[in-house]
Each structure stands twice: as C-alpha cells, then as structure tokens.
Design a protein around this ligand. Structure first.
Ligand code: ATP
Ligand code: MG
Length: 321
C-alpha cells in the first residue's frame, strides 16, 4: 500500500487565538484507506484535514516538517500548483449544502467552474454520468436548475458528483451528512462508502458522530483541543477506547456502549492549559505530571495513546470489570 497523505508535526495557529488550533499533529492516509477524524467542536478536525491542501483561512499560520499529498510537497507548492492539486487530486465534500452553493448560479455551472472553460463542455457528459451514479435522476435537466430547486440531500449528492469529476485519488468529506435528516444521512454514507471502495479512493472523513465513523472508516484519529489523543483501527478504538477522553466521548453517545449516557462537556479552548496534557483539567485521572509535561503518542495494546497514566488507568478498568 502506498501513502497518499503524509503530515508530520503540523502546527496551525489562527491570528488572535489564545491557543493553537492544531499542535504537533502527525498522520498518514494509505492508498484506498478511509481515515476518520473525530472529536468535539473546535478540536481542530477541519483545520487538520484542510491543511493537507493549504485550504485554510488567510489568517492561519501553518508550519510542518512535512505535508505531502501523492508526490506533491504542499508546504513548498506555489498557489497555481495548489489549485491544480486541489482540482486534479483531491475531491471535497463539505458540511452545509446551503453555504457551499451560490444561490444565483446554475448547479451545472458551479460544478464545472473549477475546470478550464475549454474542457467544460466535454466534462458535462461525465458529470451527468456521475450524477446518475450517485442517485440523481434526470441529471441532465438538473444541471440547469438552481440550488434552491434541490433538497439538501440531493445537493450533497451533486457535490459528491462534482468532487469525482477531477478523478481524485483523495476525497475529503468534512461532516458530509450532519446537516441532513437521519434517513438521508444513512443513504449518503452508504453511497460515500461504496464510491470509496469501488473507485479505490483514499478518504478522510470528519465527524462528531462516532456511529458515522464506525460505518465507513478503517482507522480513526481522536482529537482534543488541537492534539491527537488516540488513534488506531476504528473498531478497536470504538470497542476498547484507551484514552480517558475517548472513553468519555464514546460513553456520551447513546447506544455506543451499554453504560449510561454521560453528557460531554465542551470546554472553551481558552480554558485549556498550554503546557502538559490539554485534557488534564477535565481528566479525573490527572496528576501533577499531566499538567507539566505533554504526553507523546505511544503504542499501547495496539493503539496509539497520548496519556502518561494509561497503564494504571487500564489496570483500574480491568480490575473493575
Ligand atoms: P467543528 O466540529 O465545530 O467543525 P473542528 O474540530 O473542525 O470544529 P476547527 O474548525 O478546525 O475545529 O477549529 C479549531 C480551532 O480553531 C477552534 O478553536 C476554532 O475556533 C479555531 N478556528 C477555526 N477557524 C478559524 C478561523 N478562520 N479564524 C480563527 N480561528 C479559527
Ligand atoms: Mg470542522
């Protein structure tokens, strides 16, 4: 398996923010693999994924020892090269259909816009084919419609068809279903998963929703306050979470574990200490060391966990069972 994405020691700070949005995050995505990034709102999921194509707000300062997508060195790429990589190598599906569409332009024009004018008419028939593949009937007629003529679910399907147009190797789906009704969400996830497998795409899927992640991804990164606290095979992490934050995240979801639902408290990033473990102030296992020294991600029982006390916590859990 070859690596499609490699990110090493990524740091991102937005001007004026008290703490960095992303601190020392490293990850990779293998060819044909679906990696999920989960964590509560503001934990840095979108920033982490969008940095792979430098698609961040202009007030973001980004440093990394490596950001590579395919053979492209993203950190040193010029703007014109970045545009080409985004168009030809990466497809994107974002959260909210209404804010990603220009209400006054026809759907077909918007989906073809990233491509040179000379290529658009020949790409139109491919777009129709992809729209049909993703479940949009009468696709040719729909190209001439405006976004308000289609439902949210249909607009997301159209966005997926558009994302496939450049024959991408990598699909980045940032909360692709969270603005939709539950039944539409399930259909769309099934579609994304089928496409990812049938076209051997690599995919990064971002979600608050661990149920979503469990359906489509093979590996997961769990983020808290700009850091990765745990990563591993999705089924292992969901069934046997190790980091106290991951345990809490999973326990907060009804039906994910047999335990009672515990509400997950979201902490404002400006209340999070910069030194030590970012989770320390919320962690019931925290000791002095935790607020002084940052825990590194390290191998623990087949998963990568950033916690000084993981051995003792695991022992306590085992003794309680
Ligand atoms: P959500 O689940 O709400 O989408 P997220 O995990 O994707 O959250 P990010 O959007 O990456 O998180 O944000 C990480 C941190 O960076 C947050 O504290 C957020 O407020 C801050 N941030 C994000 N975008 C900007 C921006 N354009 N300018 C300033 N701060 C930003
Ligand atoms: Mg986000």
């Amino acid at each position: 398996m070859s690596q499609i994405v490699k990110v090493a020691n990524l740091h991102v700070s937005y001007q004026g923010a008290e703490i960095p949005a992303v601190s020392d995050v490293s990850y990779s995505v293998e060819s044909s693999e679906c990696l999920a990034i989960v964590g509560e709102s503001g934990s840095g999921k979108s920033t982490t994924a969008l940095a792979t194509m430098k698609l961040l707000d202009p007030n973001a300062q980004i440093t990394a020892s490596e950001v590579r997508v395919g053979d492209f060195d993203i950190m040193s790429a010029k703007n014109s090269e970045l545009l080409k990589i985004r168009r030809d190598f990466i497809g994107t599906v974002f959260q909210d259909p209404s804010s990603n569409w220009n209400p006054s332009r026809k759907i077909g024009d918007q989906l073809l816009q990233p491509f040179p004018k000379s290529e658009r008419s020949s790409l139109e028939s491919l777009l129709i084919e992809y729209m049909e593949q993703v479940g949009i009937d009468r696709a040719k007629d729909r190209l001439a419609l405006y976004p308000y003529n289609l439902s949210g679910g249909m607009l997301q399907r159209a966005m997926i068809a558009g994302a496939l147009l450049g024959e991408p190797k990598l699909l980045i789906a940032d909360e692709p279903t969270s603005a939709l009704d539950v039944t539409v969400q399930a259909d769309l996830l099934r579609l994304l998963s089928q496409l990812q497998k049938s076209k051997s795409l690599s995919m990064i899927i971002i979600s608050h929703n661990l149920a979503v992640v469990s359906q489509v991804s093979t590996r997961v990164l769990v983020m808290f306050a700009g850091t990765v606290v745990e990563s591993g095979n999705t089924s292992d992490v969901l069934q046997r979470p190790k980091h106290p934050y991951t345990r809490n995240l999973i326990a907060s979801i009804p039906g994910m574990q047999k335990r009672r639902k515990i509400p997950l408290v979201t902490v404002k990033n400006n209340k999070i200490p910069l030194s030590g473990c970012r989770y320390a102030s919320r962690c019931r296992y925290a000791q002095d060391l935790c607020s002084i020294t940052k825990p590194e991600l390290r191998e623990f029982q087949g998963q990568q966990v950033a916690c000084h006390r993981i051995e003792e916590i695991e022992l306590e859990q085992v003794n309680h069972q």
